[in-house]
Write a protein that binds this ligand. Structure first.
Ligand code: NDP
Length: 249
């Protein structure tokens, strides 16, 4: 299957680490022009940038908190300045905080919902404008299996991801007339660091975690394959859908 991404500009929010960073590397391998976004992890973003430099890929790295409208506006303008167009937006940036509904603080609730749901809304709001002008584009929202099942101790996370489903379906309806396809992908659990960072802080991605991560490589690879296919011209006409991509039933 030839996915041919080489003329496409692909923006991946939250791509300094985890699934986002893996997507950026995969798209780079397919010779797409990529936009890497980070919020706190400058070191990880630099690591991915080195990979892109070594592979002679055209890219932009931009620091922006997707939950802040002024930062998203600046992010959008920078991408336009650099590439003149945006073909595909992947709303991937996400966080998770673990606590029961009763002990969840207002601050933590807001952080999770603002990053996962408001961030997807804000990026869609700005980047879709350019797609409307072009009369085509794709938006892929990375949601979660928990959007459907709920999740013990992760109400804010599950709710934010359920909101992403509603956002996906609504934006697909609104932007359909401009030939913009809007879909979401719901992975199951992959050990990317989300859980560890959440509980222990960023300095713990050591040997055990890396081994756990490697055990998930095959599933990660299948997830990357699926999203890469969605970005290619082989994937067309399908919109407003929610794809559950998981390795367990
Ligand atoms: P990671 O914790 O490994 O990476 C999260 C990424 O999001 C980082 O690059 C981080 O950047 C970025 N990010 C966080 N907050 C913001 C913000 N406010 N603005 C911009 N970027 C931000 O997570 P995963 O790779 O595991 O998760 C990626 C997506 O996949 C998320 O939406 C998550 O909900 C979803 N998902 C993950 C699953 C899993 O098991 N891992 C399962 C199902 C869904 P930085 O470090 O620079 O702040």
């Amino acid at each position: 299957m030839n996915v041919q991404l080489n003329d496409k500009v692909i923006v991946v929010t939250g791509s300094s680490r985890g699934i986002g960073a893996a997507l950026i590397r995969r798209f780079a391998d397919e010779k797409a022009k990529v936009v890497l976004n980070y919020c706190n992890s400058k070191d990880f973003a630099e690591e991915v940038s080195h990979y892109l430099e070594n592979n002679n890929v055209e890219f932009l790295v931009y620091k922006a908190d997707v939950s802040q409208e002024n930062e998203v506006r600046g992010f959008y303008k920078a991408v336009k300045r650099k590439f003149g167009k945006i073909d595909i937006l992947i709303n991937n940036a996400g966080i998770c905080k673990t606590s029961s509904v009763i002990t969840t603080t207002e601050v933590n609730w807001d952080n999770v919902v603002n990053t996962n749901l408001k961030g997807a809304f804000l990026c869609t709001k700005y980047f879709a404008k350019d797609m409307i002008r072009q009369g085509k584009g794709k938006i892929i929202n990375i949601s979660s299996r928990y959007s459907d099942t709920g999740a013990m101790w992760q109400a804010s996370y599950a709710v934010s991801k359920a909101g992403v489903t509603a956002l996906t379906k609504t934006v697909a309806k609104e932007l359909g007339e401009f030939d913009i396809l809007v879909n979401s992908v719901c992975p199951g659990q992959i050990n990317t660091g989300l859980e560890y960072l959440n509980e222990k802080g960023m300095d713990v991605m050591y040997e055990k975690e890396i081994k756990d991560y490697l055990q998930n490589v095959n599933y990660m690879d299948a997830l990357l394959n699926f999203i890469t296919y969605m970005c290619s011209d082989l994937f067309h006409s399908i919109t407003g859908q929610v794809f559950f991509i998981d390795s367990r039933i």
